[in-house]
Design a binder for this molecule. Sequence first.
Ligand code: HEM
Ligand code: HEM
Length: 231
Amino acid sequence: MKEFTSEELLSCDGKEGKPVYIAFEGKVYDVSKSPLWSKGVHMNRHPSGKDLSGEISAAPHGPEVFERYPQIGILKKSPPEELKHLPKFLQGLLQTFPMAKRHPHPMVVHFPIAFLMASSLFYLLFFIWMLPSLGTTSAHLLALGIISTPFAIATGFLTWWINYRSKLTRFIKRKIQLSILLLALEVTFILFWIGEIQISYYLYLMLMILFAPIVLLLGYYGGQMTFPAEK
Ligand code: HEM
Ligand code: HEM
């Protein structure tokens, strides 16, 4: 049976004496003989030469009407326009799991945001009250923040590639700069913990407080892209 690409199908739209073909759930039908598809349009609103699978729900009938006309081919599966810039394996994966297109980044970003902001807050409280338990809590939260950051950054690059075609916008530029700053800050603390570098008490405090505005800005710029503020 002939395999039609969507371009080939488009040229069979009943105009200028061309045949009238329509696709439904992967099958191509020839409805040229139907008076209800004359001039290539059905009920003044459904054009032929297209895959109409998604439009049948608007019809007063079901797919049984296709039994009246011959199937003359199958429609070649082509990836949706918005996935064409990606490698084949990723296109297949995202078509099977559409949730993976946009969800991974928002699913993981809230971990570093919450852990690092809470870590800053606990360090500030430790500075004020000098209770060792507050300092310990802050350090533990910082460790969790450090563990979750690479996942946020990796999924950030992924969503930028999948949904924004890696276009460098003002917000993305800021997010990459802030992510580098965040990683540098986290590496500084790791080096301090393993005894490779020394940090004075006040520098430690300043760096600890810095985590909160960095993750807030990262989230703010992200939110501006996902939910642009109405002007
Ligand atoms: C607002 C939407 C639609 C309306 C009001 C509509 C209405 C109708 C009616 C009244 C018939 C004749 C039914 C019969 O003889 O039992 C028909 C036939 C048919 N419709 Fe639709 N339809 C709609 C959408 C669609 C769509 C989206 C498709 C394709 C996916 C489609 C494909 C067909 C086919 C193949 C026939 C058989 C034509 C024939 O027997 O000559 N229709 N439609
Ligand atoms: C720790 C680092 C990061 C944090 C905390 C963060 C945080 C966020 C947040 C909160 C959102 C809004 C999510 C939503 O609710 O939909 C977002 C969206 C976004 N972020 Fe990030 N982000 C980080 C790193 C990155 C990086 C490195 C990139 C890319 C280079 C990036 C690209 C994006 C894009 C493209 C969106 C919009 C997603 C969409 O519209 O679906 N992010 N980010």
